[in-house]
Design a protein around this ligand. Structure first.
Ligand SMILES: [Zn+2]
Length: 167
């Protein structure tokens, strides 16, 4: 399979899906430069670094660990004069999630946050501010785990502890 030249403008305009062959064996070489790192992360995940993915990735990953809804990212993109539609933001967030670069955290079944921290951790949900915050202790465990039906295993436990201000 022919390698895609990332400097070729045609390849950055082509907005297609995951290219598994590219992902195989490519480890991202992160340097701390957000633009370079986003490019590396996308390519390591088998996603072409299109202009839109680069711009959205830069907004997402350039500021440390974050929890954003599609609407929040769309607003940031609009403020940063990145020409994208809300549908593109949704698609990109889903592609990044499928590629393992983001983790989805659902609250209320209506609000979905995208977390740039994909390691195992739980969340506080601040009901008053509609804000998701990491619970600092990653080793927090339930003292009694539920019985798992025959033939299944626990893939992951997502705990959202809802907080509200004391009256
Ligand atoms: Zn988190």
């Amino acid at each position: 399979m022919a390698a895609v030249d990332i400097n070729d403008p045609a390849s950055t305009l082509n907005d297609d899906g995951v290219d598994a062959a590219r992902a195989a064996g490519h480890q991202p070489a992160l340097t701390g430069c957000p633009w370079h790192d986003v490019n590396e992360m996308l390519q390591a995940a088998g996603l072409r670094p299109t202009r839109q993915r680069m711009a959205l990735g830069w907004l997402l990953f350039g500021k440390g660990a974050r929890h954003l809804t599609a609407e929040m990212l769309y607003e940031e993109a609009t403020l940063a004069k990145v020409p994208v539609s809300l549908a593109t933001v949704y698609n990109t967030l889903n592609q990044l999630t499928d590629a393992g670069l983001l983790r989805q955290v659902s609250v209320d079944g209506t609000k979905t946050y995208f977390d740039t921290n994909v390691t195992a951790h739980h969340h506080f949900y601040l009901e008053n501010n509609h804000e998701l915050v990491d619970i600092p202790d990653p080793h927090l465990v339930l003292s009694r785990m539920p019985e798992v039906p025959e033939g299944y295993e626990i893939a992951r436990i997502d705990m959202v502890v809802r907080l509200r201000r004391k009256r």
